[in-house]
Ligand binder design. Structure first.
Ligand code: ACO
Ligand code: AKG
Length: 373
């Protein structure tokens, strides 16, 4: 266990989350998502990209006028016009992103690193002169030359940024490489480091936690992990991972995480897979005989934490892999007591029906398999 220290969540469901191919929120959905994120205690929201145009800017303005407790941040390129668009939305915090890897700088700035730095300096100074708080992001930090990355981050600090975002833009790090790279930044900088991890190899959560271990104090998340390509570190996984694996409280009301997930799933039109960590509907469902037997004795046997902790309920499901103890328990709840031979024949019938229907059975279906006396 680590010592408790404050980790703040900067949720980017409304920015990187919405960048997922095929996702587009209405302004009403954005308001509902921002309002619930605020209500559950998320400390900061990246609400969008004001430079996208009038309609997007109007929706950001609307969120800025809601009077939420959470801090709001607009995402910007290192362009003065992008930052002016953020100011026009009423935002007091801006995030300014610059590419830092050779791959990205070649594609966007024709390899001119000096130009990247000049544009960043001008953008920070434009924003600071107008009283804005500035966070800086190193796009593709994970593939950047480490000395150049440190130089950019250090320069951002010197020019007045309050935070540097370490981005694993294409999700190619593992926890050990993340730890090493983030430790280096933390040891050389006095400003906060923020993690922004993508899930291309399924390691966004692991890498986020590794970054926190290395000293990062702010974390980007998206609800259900939505976002570019394979998505981002999921809010629900980061919050519960910090809480249960590292003993770090985030101040977020975990009991509303399932509600949060369901709101975003509806707005995206993409259902959450049943086996999705923390918020999938199977996360507290037990069908297998050995598991159900254990859970009936003590839920801790097969649950890492109580379902109520995230707003779920435990479900005992009768299906192909069930055993006698589970069936006896369900039947007893309906006033039916069977002997060993009878329960075995019901179990055989359950297995057969489950294979035929390719699903678990409802309680009514189970009851219909009980021999009439
Ligand atoms: C890793 C990330 O997720 S970064 C965030 C990515 N998010 C998005 O792209 C979603 C929203 N984007 C948009 O709506 C549009 O791309 C806009 C409004 C930002 C820009 O639109 P357009 O003017 O049509 O440009 P387009 O998207 O085709 O190209 C991007 C331009 O930004 C430049 N650019 C890219 N990153 C940066 C940066 N960090 N700082 C400055 N300029 C940048 C590119 O070089 C290119 O410049 P060019 O037009 O001079 O060639
Ligand atoms: O904020 C930045 O600098 C870029 C963020 C991002 O979306 C990414 O790198 O994947």
């Amino acid at each position: 266990m680590m010592n408790n220290h404050a980790i703040q969540i900067n949720d980017t469901t409304l920015r990187d989350g919405e960048q997922a191919a095929g996702i587009a929120f209405t302004v009403e959905e954005k308001i509902a998502i921002a309002t619930l994120l605020d209500a559950i205690g998320v400390q900061e929201l990246e609400v969008g990209i004001p430079a996208m145009g009038q309609e997007e800017a109007e929706s950001i303005k609307t969120i800025a006028n809601l009077g939420l407790n959470t801090k709001l941040l607009g995402w910007n390129r290192a362009n003065l016009s992008d930052i002016q668009a953020s100011i026009d939305c009423g935002l007091e915090r801006v995030h300014i992103s610059v590419p830092v890897s050779d791959i990205q700088i070649d594609a966007k700035f024709q390899g001119r690193k000096r130009l990247v730095l000049d544009r960043l300096k001008d953008a920070i100074s434009f924003a600071r002169d107008r009283g804005l708080s500035v966070s800086v992001g190193g796009e593709d930090s994970s593939r950047a030359d480490e000395s150049f990355l440190l130089y950019v981050a250090y320069s951002a600090q010197e020019w007045g940024a309050f935070r540097f975002r370490f981005c694993d833009t294409v999700g190619i790090l593992d926890p050990i490489s993340t730890y090493n790279k983030v430790s280096r930044l933390v040891s050389h900088l006095s400003i906060a480091i923020e993690m922004h991890m993508h899930d291309d190899f399924g390691l966004a959560l692991a890498n986020t936690l590794a970054g926190v271990r290395a000293g990062a104090v702010s974390v980007n998340t998206t609800v259900n992990g939505i976002g570019e390509r394979a998505g981002n570190a999921p809010l629900e996984e980061v919050v519960m991972g910090l809480k249960h694996l590292h003993g770090i409280q985030t101040g977020i009301d975990t009991k509303r995480l399932v509600e949060m997930s369901q709101l975003v799933a509806k707005a995206t039109n993409y259902p959450v897979p049943p086996w999705k960590a923390i918020v999938g509907e199977n996360t507290f469902a037990h069908e297998s005989g050995i598991h159900a037997h254990g859970v009936l004795q003590n839920p801790v046997t097969y649950e890492p934490f109580a379902p109520e902790d995230v707003g779920w309920e435990r479900r005992l499901v009768v299906g192909k892999h069930s055993g006698r103890h589970l069936l006896l328990s369900v039947l007893q709840q309906h006033g039916i007591n069977l002997g060993q031979t009878e329960i075995q024949s019901v179990l055989d019938a359950v297995r057969h029906q489950s294979v035929q229907t390719k699903r678990s059975l409802t309680v009514e279906e189970l009851l219909s398999l009980v021999p009439q006396k």
